[in-house]
Design a protein around this ligand. Structure first.
Ligand code: 5CA
Length: 437
């Protein structure tokens, strides 16, 4: 892609309404545009990053045997009346009427809808366990939408649902998701801490939030820094190893303010190991057994032919929130650096261009074509602008690698720079092999 052709409406001024770095940057680099309070359009740069995050989430869900499907955004009020949540959910739920006067709603979450899908098709324990998920827009009429995509009304979520015969089996599904979440956040280059959490309107008594550390987070975090020492590679993907993994993680102290007790914290965690900071919730998992299946009559035959309510859990990841959360976690010294796994482009070529010298641009186009041939996702900054402005712009956009075609380059060697690092002069072949890794 040529920068001159990319729809990337970069603005010079700091947007006044944006209070935190990620929101400011997403507006400034034209990743999103507010459409109304808490509702955003995703422009090409932001959309590209979100789609890459979505794909990693999808791959990791598929790896533990979860199956992707798609449920609608609009739901009927009937199923919510059956579960008893229609009234409880309160003003966060956007309620609409269709032309026949039927009550419908924009789904804030999908426990009822998936239970309805399940009860009409599965009647026997033989089809269990099942893990189903979709990645779909949600709507919650948040009283105070803020921080851009971090707390908005319309947001993109991966939500998965597990179905098991017994509480014991259901915990195995819970552990698989727990593992999958840690792997997913690792691939996004994030350190996520699983924390025992309250369950709120979803319900149940077993729940973990996955929180990443960031000063601008909305949750207060109290943790033992030993939680970062647990190596996920130690565990195999089998039931007993995953149970051990969850126990190992939950043994180490890590709670949000809802569960924080000062005396307990000081007693259990040595002073030098105490982390007291803020964090962003990027995922949340729940085990609620038959909270929905019982009132909604989602029954299956057990081994002896007796009918029993299926045992369920639900598992969410804030895909659109992650775009902002990753910026918060990675932004440093006025320079943005996307993790390679989700960067909008892998590398940008920045030629020094002037009216009477187009030679660098021609060289840059040649490099661009070479990299394209290798399937490398490359951006060419062909805009006629001075180098200092270009560098400022690329510090904002945060593409992980830069190839600078200017005074330091000759026919075959170019300046190659990893953001936040000093540059090296390298041959194009060396650059290519570095980018292929
Ligand atoms: N049904 C359950 C699990 S699927 C559920 O809805 N859980 S949740 O309410 O915790 O939401 C899951 C994730 O969605 C959260 O961890 C968060 O990352 C994201 N999320 C929730 N509310 C918002 C919001 N208003 N704006 C952006 N992301 C949100």
């Amino acid at each position: 892609m040529y920068l001159s052709k990319l729809f990337i409406p970069i603005t010079k001024d700091l947007p006044a309404e944006a209070k935190i770095k990620s929101h400011q940057l997403m507006l400034r680099t034209g990743m999103i545009k507010q459409s109304s309070a808490g509702i955003y359009s995703w422009l090409p740069l932001g959309f590209k990053v979100m789609k890459k995050i979505e794909q990693i989430v999808r791959e990791e869900q598929n790896l533990i045997g979860a199956q992707e499907m798609l449920m609608p955004t609009i739901q009927s009020s009937e199923i919510w009346k059956e579960s008893g949540r229609y009234d409880d959910y309160g003003e966060e739920m956007l309620r609409i009427k269709d032309r026949q006067g039927r009550e419908i709603l924009y789904g804030p979450t999908n426990e009822e809808l998936i239970t309805d899908v399940f009860r009409t098709s599965v009647k026997s324990y033989k089809l269990l366990p099942q893990l189903l998920y979709h990645i779909q827009w949600k709507f919650r009429d948040e009283i105070r939408p803020r921080f851009g995509v971090m707390r908005c009304k319309e947001f993109y979520m991966k939500d998965a649902y597990s179905f098991d015969l017994s509480d014991e089996d259901a915990k195995k599904s819970y552990n698989k998701m727990f593992y999958s979440y840690l792997k997913t956040f690792n691939r996004l280059d994030l350190k996520a801490i699983p924390m025992a959490a309250d369950t709120g309107p979803i319900g149940g008594d077993l729940s973990h939030e996955f929180v990443i550390l960031a000063d601008t987070g909305e949750s207060d975090i109290y943790a033992d820094k030993n939680i970062f020492e647990i190596d996920l590679n130690r565990y195999k993907f089998d039931d007993s190893s995953l149970q051990k993994m969850r126990e190992d993680f939950t043994k180490v102290y890590a709670v949000t303010d809802e569960k924080f007790k000062k005396e307990e914290f000081n007693k259990l965690v040595k002073k030098e190991n105490q982390i007291i900071t803020k964090g962003i919730e990027v995922g949340h998992i729940f085990y609620f057994s038959d909270k929905y299946s019982k009132p909604m009559n989602c029954l299956i035959d057990d081994k002896s032919g007796k009918k029993t309510s299926v045992k369920m859990g639900s598992y969410g990841i804030g895909v659109s929130r992650l775009v902002g959360a990753i910026i918060e976690a990675k932004y440093n010294n006025d320079i943005m650096k996307w993790p390679e796994s989700i960067a909008p482009f892998k590398v940008v070529i920045i030629p020094s261009i002037s009216k009477n010298n187009k030679e660098n641009l021609e060289k840059a186009i040649k490099i661009y074509q070479e990299l394209k041939k290798q399937n490398i996702d490359v951006l060419l900054d062909d805009v006629d602008e001075n180098m200092s402005n270009k560098f400022k712009k690329h510090d904002l956009i945060g593409i992980p690698y830069q190839i600078i075609v200017g005074a330091k380059s000759d026919d075959d060697n170019f300046e190659f720079k990893e953001v936040n690092n000093t540059s090296q002069i390298l041959s194009l072949d060396k650059i290519k092999s570095k980018l292929k890794n």
